[in-house]
Design a protein around this ligand. Structure first.
Ligand SMILES: NC(=O)C1=CN([C@@H]2O[C@H](COP(=O)(O)OP(=O)(O)OC[C@H]3O[C@@H](n4cnc5c(N)ncnc54)[C@H](OP(=O)(O)O)[C@@H]3O)[C@@H](O)[C@H]2O)C=CC1
Ligand SMILES: O=C(O)[C@H](O)CS(=O)(=O)O
Length: 491
């Protein structure tokens, strides 16, 4: 840990964005369960104490959202679009402060945090525009006196549970389509990173989003919030981003109400380098894909497969480039890799390195035990990776790049698909026939071809197999917040 303390208000142009009470039904309220601490993962110091809401208070927020949603759904799509556009504008006007708040509570370098603010805001911008395009249908009737109409109507109250790794964008990727569709929204942010969520609630209020339409209910106990969301009959939609393990818990809990669920869950992304790849581009893509957010993203390359003819060349180029990455405090200029979110995250990276070495892998860069203190862990590359090693089946969620060697396309497709996950995958190749065949053969919701970065509000983001249900982003993203009503009119 760095021994500095964080004067977060002193770092902000607008300290009023640093909100620590919950935002419920247009009011800023304290927590019946007291407060919980938020720490800076780079320095270990407490940066805020945030309202810790009780389950009863969450139920109260749902009550308010239920009433507010009725009126909100009466707004025209154009009226909702206007206020969402204002919310987007305020996010971008306050991008620096929102980024600083995020870096202080999550650790990612300030440039990345500001990038996430723009990425997160883009969902508000995009779905604000989509609010005007929620079209129904008329269908030729099944009899001369019958007329068929299909209406698209908002599903109702949407509840969201999101992770710490993208504490802004994972909320706006849900709130954008939900509010655009005419739903109201109750957000429970991760306990490690509530400040980013509360800051956008300040801006929602300033943008004129009506009381009760957007609510943020921070709690220290995630399970209680999850149970209230799943058991409260006024909630009609649960949208979750996080681990597959927790996704399963929530799906089981939501089953009793047959609740509509969107699940953005864990991943184990293969990153494949074929022998006809542009190796320099592949190295650049691998670094962007592996070390973004210090490897703490569900779409990070978890397994890097390199065809045997270019294995040594790629490994050497990758190590030379990774050596240049600077580990440090995200608030300091020039930092490329911030701290991991918890010491538990460090333990998992070390466990994967130890396991791999015991099973024959070789450390090409970095080490298992590092002189870095606290929650910092340097980028590490191992060669000689095999499918017997833990990172072949488990998500590392840290700065560890295991290099697997393969001989031919059938072998690497089989290895790449040998996982319960199916979120993101990547490969570098030039041969067009190979590109088509591999893109079609990979069992993933997302395939990056000659790129390591796939995140945009314009595309449908989501996984297959045990990486999730539904899609976020693109015009598809609003469908998860709409119900389709068939009206049969006898004339
Ligand atoms: N597919 C995707 O887009 C993404 C997937 N992920 C996946 O999530 C994992 C890392 O994120 P992480 O935050 O640790 O994931 P978790 O699943 O542990 O936590 C995600 C959220 O769920 C909450 N939570 C945990 N347990 C429960 C419960 N029983 N009931 C209700 N809510 C609960 C957490 O609260 P609290 O933190 O307060 O405990 C947090 O807000 C990785 O597997 C990663 O791949 C992460 C981001 C995006
Ligand atoms: O939490 C994550 O990993 C995000 O979903 C990844 S992305 O949307 O920023 O690509």
């Amino acid at each position: 840990m760095l021994d500095q303390t964080t004067d977060l208000p002193g770092l902000l142009k607008d300290p009023s964005l640093l909100a620590t009470r919950a935002y419920v039904n247009g009011e800023w309220i304290t927590g019946a369960d007291g407060e919980f601490e938020v720490t800076n993962p780079a320095r270990g110091d407490v940066i805020a104490r945030v309202a810790d809401l009780s389950r009863a208070q969450i139920a109260g927020a749902i009550d308010g959202a239920y009433l507010a949603q009725k009126a909100w759904a009466q707004w025209t799509g154009k009226e909702r679009a206007k206020v969402l556009r204002k919310w987007f504008d305020l996010m971008m006007e306050n991008q620096d402060d929102l980024g600083t708040i995020m870096t202080a509570e999550q650790g990612k370098p300030l440039a990345e945090a500001k990038g996430e603010i723009a990425y997160g805001a883009s969902f508000i911008e995009f779905f604000g525009e989509e609010a005007k395009r929620v079209y129904g249908e008329t269908i030729p009737g099944h009899a001369r006196d019958k007329r068929i109409t299909v209406l698209k109507q908002p599903i109702g109250v949407a509840a969201s549970i999101t992770p710490w790794n993208f504490p802004n964008a994972m909320i706006t990727r849900k709130a954008g389509p939900a509010l655009a569709a005419g739903c109201s929204f109750v957000a429970r942010p991760a306990s490690e990173t509530p400040l980013s969520a509360l800051a956008i609630a300040v801006l929602a209020e300033r943008a004129g989003i009506p009381a009760g339409v957007f609510n943020v209910v921070p709690t220290s106990s995630s399970s209680e919030a999850g149970k209230e969301f799943c058991e409260n009959p006024k909630v009609r939609k649960l949208t979750f981003t996080g681990s597959t393990e927790v996704g399963r818990i929530l799906l089981r809990q939501a089953a009793d109400q047959v609740m509509k669920c969107s699940m953005e869950l864990g991943g184990n992304a293969p990153f494949i380098v074929f022998d006809d790849a542009d190796l320099d581009a592949a190295v650049e893509g691998a670094i962007a894909c592996k070390f973004r957010n210090n490897g703490q993203t569900c779409v990070c390359a978890n397994r890097i497969y390199v065809q045997s003819g270019v294995y040594d060349a790629f490994a050497g180029k990758l190590a030379a480039a990774v050596k240049k990455l600077k580990v440090g405090d995200g608030l300091e200029e020039g930092t490329d890799l911030g701290p991991l979110i918890t010491t538990k995250a460090i333990d998992k990276v070390q466990e994967h390195i130890r396991d791999a070495r015991e099973k024959g892998a070789t450390l090409l860069l970095g080490s298992e035990e590092q002189e870095l203190d606290g929650q910092f862990f340097g980028p590490t590359i191992v060669t000689g990776a095999t499918r017997e090693m833990k990172f072949a089946t488990e998500e590392t969620f840290g700065p560890l790049a295991p290099l697997f060697k393969f001989e031919d396309v059938d072998e690497v497709i089989e290895m790449a698909n040998d996982t319960i996950f199916g979120l993101a995958s990547y490969f570098y190749a030039k041969d067009l026939s190979r590109v088509y065949k591999v893109a079609e053969a990979l069992e993933y919701g997302i395939v990056g071809v000659n790129t390591g970065l796939i995140s945009t509000e314009l595309a449908p983001f989501g996984g297959v197999k045990q990486s999730g249900l539904g899609r976020e982003g693109s015009h598809h993203g609003i469908e998860d917040y709409l119900e389709m009503k068939y009206v049969c009119l006898s004339v």
